[in-house]
Design a protein around this ligand. Structure first.
Ligand SMILES: C[S@@+](CC[C@H](N)C(=O)[O-])C[C@H]1O[C@@H](n2cnc3c(N)ncnc32)[C@H](O)[C@@H]1O
Length: 303
């Protein structure tokens, strides 16, 4: 595929607008490897034509296929292990204690934001089943969202190859929570029933999602630029319950946001809780001009 500078910048702009994922000239190999199939499939003679077709929105299948092509969906069960240990042995017990005696004592809401093909939310489900004996008497929901329709289709089906179940799952957990079916291993109904899937773009406002006790938002913000990252984590803080915890990827570090996030440690695992902001005290001198943070937030939110 012969690429011009215009092709590259056109594609990178569209990728950014649709997903926040940052591609630049250094990612030309991704354009060369991931997009030719789409050109053929959707009868586009050039990349410019493909970009125009995706932008026009006339055929939702082209847009969906484009998003599937630009997303990197690498994942595995119990990825990095230590966050799941920290969840099981520290975060969840603390959350459950904090909620004891409240009307929501037996209610847990978890969110796997950018769940890819489902290994992450199903790992969360397995942790809950392993930790709480009478889970069926609890009101539990694991929301699993992703921008990629292909990822969600695979996740919702819940069937994994021998190779996929060999990554991160012990034979004991595999045999306990999966059944052998033609073509792979199917997640058990008792875990599948805990999870509901939804197609969501993390750049968009969360709307009426409600609040969460635990959010896993791992290995997705690494693809975004700094203002989008900051805005995303700020909005995630807004949907965490008062005792709620946020888990990020092992290469991600929220200390770049100063004091906003308080790290909590368990063995090698780390998770974060937002430092609550003191309620704003009205300052008459400040009302004359807009706050800087509002201006920059608008810039990001309008994507
Ligand atoms: C590398 S996978 C991470 C999966 C899982 N969280 C993990 O850590 O194993 C990144 C996922 O982010 C999704 N993604 C990328 N941009 C997104 C966006 N703007 N909104 C929602 N999901 C997005 C991709 O489709 C992909 O499934």
């Amino acid at each position: 595929m012969k690429l011009t500078e215009d092709d590259i910048s056109r594609v990178c702009r569209l990728v950014d607008e649709l997903s926040g994922i940052q591609w630049d000239a250094s990612k030309t190999y991704l354009i060369e490897t991931r997009l030719p199939g789409l050109l053929r499939e959707h009868q586009c003679a050039t990349l410019a034509e493909l970009v125009a077709k995706v932008r026009s929105g006339t055929d939702p299948r082209v847009r969906a296929a484009f998003i599937d092509a630009i997303t990197t969906r690498e994942t595995l069960f119990f990825r990095d292990e230590s966050p799941f240990e920290a969840l099981k042995h520290k975060a969840l017990p603390e959350i459950i204690d904090a909620k004891a005696g409240t009307p929501f004592a037996r209610r847990l809401r978890l969110w796997s934001a950018a769940c890819s093909s489902g290994q992450e939310p199903y790992s969360l489900g397995i942790v809950l089943r392993e930790l709480i004996d009478d889970l069926d008497d609890w009101d539990v929901q694991i929301l699993a969202t992703d921008i990629s329709p292909a990822a969600l289709a695979a996740a919702s089906k819940g069937v994994y190859s021998d190779f996929e179940v060999s990554r991160g799952l012990s034979p004991h957990l595999r045999d306990r929570y999966f059944t052998k079916v033609p073509g792979g291993w199917k997640i058990s109904d008792e875990i599948r029933a805990l999870v509901c899937f939804d197609n969501r773009n993390l750049l968009k406002p969360f709307g009426t999602l409600g609040s969460f006790d635990v959010i896993f938002c791992r290995n997705v913000a690494i693809y975004f630029d700094a203002p989008v990252k900051r805005d995303l984590f700020e909005r995630l803080a807004g949907v965490l319950a008062p005792h709620g915890t946020l888990f990020v990827g092992s290469s991600e570090n929220l200390s770049t946001f100063g004091e906003r996030w308080k790290p909590q440690y368990h063995c090698r695992g780390v998770f974060y809780q937002p430092n609550r902001r003191p309620p704003a005290t009205p300052n008459p001198a400040a009302t004359a001009r807009p706050a800087l943070s509002t201006t920059s937030f608008r810039g990001v939110a309008s994507r």
